[in-house]
Design a protein around this ligand. Structure first.
Ligand SMILES: [Zn+2]
Length: 131
């Protein structure tokens, strides 16, 4: 087995595993963003948070809305709803990036091994080559 044969096998297996994982995930519209943690101070002037003991870390859902970044405080009532859905959407996107990378590596290996790739453009004759 050549090194390229091993790569071919590895990439193919990794792609299959990622596709399988992705198929098992649910995409939740409205939950695209990231979870950020922040320490904050409150409005009560006498609170210790103003003397170096801030509240937190509090979790926020950071997302784009109408071209602007927004942060939604994830309080007790909604945090259980947001965490798994945001995580699921992010994993789907992460897998998309990994698959794009692996598929292009796989195509390169197949070309080196002289194998046809389903992503290759079909061979077409140019018009000026036709009689
Ligand atoms: Zn405070």
């Amino acid at each position: 087995m050549t090194y390229d044969n091993i790569l071919l096998e590895t990439y193919t297996e990794n792609i299959q595993e990622l596709e399988l994982e992705q198929a098992g995930l649910t995409y939740y519209p409205g939950y695209d963003g990231e979870i950020v943690e922040k320490f904050v101070t409150c409005n009560r002037p006498t609170c210790p948070c103003h003397r170096g003991y801030p509240h937190g870390p509090n979790k926020y859902f950071r997302h784009r809305e109408g071209g602007r970044w927004k942060e939604l405080y994830l309080g007790k009532k909604i945090i259980g709803d947001y965490l798994p859905k945001v995580e699921s959407n992010n994993r789907i996107r992460e897998i998309d990036r990994e698959l794009t990378d692996l598929r292009s590596k796989l195509s390169a290996v197949k070309r080196r091994l002289g194998l046809r790739d389903k992503n290759d453009a079909p061979v077409q004759m140019r018009n000026d080559e036709l009689d």
